[in-house]
Write a protein that binds this ligand. Structure first.
Ligand SMILES: CCCCCC/C=C/C(=O)SCCNC(=O)CCNC(=O)[C@H](O)C(C)(C)COP(=O)(O)OP(=O)(O)OC[C@H]1O[C@@H](n2cnc3c(N)ncnc32)[C@H](O)[C@@H]1OP(=O)(O)O
Length: 404
């Protein structure tokens, strides 16, 4: 256990001390279970659930998860033992090796049992601030609440990494239009689960209307233009609370927000941290920039840095995105929700007319330009969506041949 703790400290040595875990919940493994029925699908579901863990389960549990995963997928440990100074790999090797000749099926079942015993902390909506808020119904893909002068629009497809499908585009527009007219002072967008959003849902390209792919591309371009237009014209302060990795259109739109607060959240899976990132892999997908980013990003960053992101698909961490001006401020994940919502509540107490008027003064001289950029980007994209490069990229993702 001491070794695991050391490994943990080392793995996190570049993190602020406020991120470090202080409690290690004890979890009972059901090693003696006789009915071993976990299917491959159960196992995969459990692996996905692990990624949604809100609370860090502690080193001991993570090492068990790692060991069971390896045993279930590769069988008994036959790797050479890492050197004594290779603390992390040695802790992992020890945990795996300790399972001896446990059969793969039993390891799979124990993995599933262990994950299900962690279920209280799997409630990813625990990110939602407590309180008696007003909840809008009638949304399938969002949770929209209004409290303390803040309307919060939360992407709510955590199992799909909050990918934005056609329904969600429409619902976000509807929620923004309602928020622009309700009695709230500011509006916040955030994500439920481990991702802020993985961007456009790539299955949006699959349901082809009678007019064929040309009609589909045209419909998507019309939808995208209207969608981005809602952000350009949104009259109240609009703030993004970026709870995890963001991809594609969920990143580009940030250039149209008034403030962007990001968590330095690490998503842990088998002890490997996946850091919150900002990624616009348009060239990889055979596509081109949208969300007015071809105009806002070079202004926010510099033309060269914008090129790295938008053309070459360079992924930025929250800290890097902050240094480039895309993110306003980064918070340690352990205090992110508390600090950000305290700040937002204070913003929402400012005189509402002053907020709106100041936003309008800033946006006014850019609005026409932004709409023109939006129209041009959508036109270009309409052509890209019909290209082989784009088709191949989408087919590869959907047939599980590639991920970002
Ligand atoms: C009206 C049209 C307007 C178009 C506007 C133009 C917009 C452009 C963009 O936004 S470009 C960016 C598009 N996004 C991507 O290319 C991301 C694709 N996703 C991934 O690469 C990975 O899923 C990941 C890196 C985000 C996460 O990987 P991992 O942690 O391994 O999780 P899974 O891949 O297992 O994902 C879980 C589950 O979610 C589904 N999913 C995730 N992202 C998307 C997506 N963007 N589109 C469709 N589906 C997505 C994934 O398939 C899994 O589903 P499953 O459990 O297998 O059913």
């Amino acid at each position: 256990m001491a070794m695991a703790y050391l490994a943990w400290r080392l793995a996190r040595r570049s993190c602020p001390s406020s991120l470090q875990v202080t409690s290690f919940p004890v979890v009972q493994l059901h090693m003696n279970r006789t009915a071993m029925r976990a299917s491959q699908k159960d196992f995969e579901n459990s692996m996905n659930q692990v990624k949604l863990l809100k609370k860090d389960p502690g080193n001991e549990v993570k090492l068990k998860l790692y060991a069971l995963y390896k045993q279930a997928t590769e069988g008994p440990c036959n790797m050479p033992k890492p050197g004594v100074f290779d603390l992390i790999n040695k802790a992992k090797w020890d945990a795996w090796n300790a399972l001896g000749s446990l059969p793969k099926e039993a390891a799979r079942q124990n993995y599933v049992d262990l994950v299900s015993s962690l279920s209280p902390s799997l409630e990813s909506s625990s990110q939602v601030e407590p309180g008696t808020d007003r909840k809008s119904t009638g949304f399938e893909t969002l949770v929209v609440t209004s409290e303390d002068g803040i309307t919060k629009i939360m992407f709510n497809r955590p199992k799909k990494k909050n990918a934005i499908n056609t329904e969600m585009y429409h619902e976000i527009m509807r929620a923004l239009k309602a928020a622009s007219k309700d009695d709230s002072i500011i509006t916040v967008l955030t994500g439920n689960g481990d991702y802020y959003s993985s961007g456009n849902d790539l299955t949006n390209f699959t349901d082809i209307p009678p007019g064929g792919v040309e009609e589909k591309a045209k419909n998507n371009a019309v939808l995208l233009r209207e969608f981005v237009g809602c952000f350009i014209d949104f009259p109240k302060p609009l703030i993004a609370v970026v709870n995890g990795p963001a991809v594609g259109i969920s990143v580009t739109l940030l250039g149209l927000f008034d403030a962007v607060y990001a968590s330095d959240r690490m998503v842990f899976f088998s002890l490997l941290p996946l850091q919150a990132t900002f990624h616009t892999p348009f060239s990889h997908l055979g596509q081109s920039p949208e969300g007015c980013s071809s105009y806002t990003f070079p202004k926010i960053m510099s033309p060269a840095k914008a090129t790295e992101m938008l053309i070459f698909g360079k992924k930025l961490t929250a800290g890097e995105a902050c240094a480039q001006g895309l993110v306003t401020e980064v918070f340690p994940d352990s205090t992110f929700q508390k600090e950000v919502w305290t700040r937002l509540k204070a913003f929402a107490k400012l005189p509402p007319n002053a907020l709106r008027i100041s936003k309008e003064v800033i946006r006014k001289r850019e609005r026409e330009k932004l709409h023109a950029v939006n129209a041009e980007e959508c036109n270009v994209l309409q052509g890209r969506w019909l290209s082989d490069e784009c088709t191949n990229a989408v087919v590869n993702f959907l047939s599980r041949k590639s991920k970002l």
